[in-house]
Design a protein around this ligand. Sequence first.
Ligand code: AMP
Length: 419
Amino acid sequence: MSFNNLKLIDPIRKAIAEKGYETPTKIQAQAIPKVLTRKDVLGIAQTGTGKTAAFSIPIIQLIHRIDGAGGKKPLRALILTPTRELAIQIDENIRDYNKYTKLRHAVIFGGVKQGKQVAALKQGVQILVATPGRLLDLIGQGYISLDDLKIFVLDEADRMLDMGFIHDIKKLTKLLPKKRQTLFFSATMPDHIIELSSDLLYQPVRVEVARKSSTAEAIKQYVYYTDKKKKVDLLHHILENEIGEEQTLIFGRTKHGADKLARKLRKLNYKVGAIHGNKSQNQRQKTLKGFKAKKIKLLVATDIAARGIDIEKLRYVINYDVPNVPETYVHRIGRSGRAGEDGIAISISEPEENAYVKAIEKLIKNSIEVAEHPFPQTTKPMTEKEKKEWNKEKQRRKQEFFKARREAKARQEGRGSKR
Ligand code: AMP
């Protein structure tokens, strides 16, 4: 299969060739022809499969056919995505594929002043990428009209719901024209997502690629067991002896832990950036830009902050902390080995965290190879006192997890009721 078989117009083909894409990915080959024939699509695919191009390219072609470029045109396509980072990346992709079709497009997201976004909207936008909160705010303020909308994309539906956006989505979908084309993407299809998709889609074509477990299989994974006190030394050893020059994404569980680790790595003379919830949107964007420009070698991130970030040709992901929620592990390692490249995921586990590793193995239906430790180990069986402390710590982590989830939900609902 080549892009030539997809009935794309020349300006789009030229832009794709300049991106260096030679063949469409599986989801692109399946979805692009369906979208072009105006069908609703249910795409089951995660980030890294090329799904952004799978919806962006045919959308550009359809809107180009409807309106052409130039002059003030109404909003024709709306792409809703859960995070700011993802929104920016989708818009950057659209900019590239739209290089010669020159449709007007813009991206809006919260956490920054709205002035520039409003100015862009006033110019007239044909394709809008948005996160839910800011979108509803600006619709409420009268800056966005959905009356002439033809295509609605819901991206990463499962994460959207995990992040507590269900009320926002319901509010928004009431405002959409009934006659429209809907493209719905989700990495997983639990019952509540199936329900949402059946509310939004009309006789959809189902397109499914690489389930989570098989994606995880394509990534070489291994785990080091080490005492807490030796984790930084071990990480240093891995960076020096295994990874060398390659840029690496390192996951930490907490904001505080991520900051602390970033400081320790800086002391070891690495160029380090950290992204987590305590960093402002501008700081995060600056860090991400620095990483993409290769000015930063190590990016330390927490899970929420890392959602949706797209860094090309990333080979290594390190779990400095083993996640206590197994699905988080799958999301994390999905940051490596994108679009057919091989990835390597290295986890560092304290011996006491072995139960987390087992839970992950159960989810991915595979065992994770235990790497031989480079230093002599001091691990002894836990004393009763240590066991008690560890149980307390586990309890604390569990509560922390539920608290974070409650807070995310409350934030969404709180914001909803203010409007
Ligand atoms: P996505 O799943 O949309 O986040 O895309 C993952 C990565 O694959 C991005 O860095 C894209 O630029 C890249 N990509 C998308 N389509 C192709 C293609 N047909 N050939 C090569 N790389 C691609």
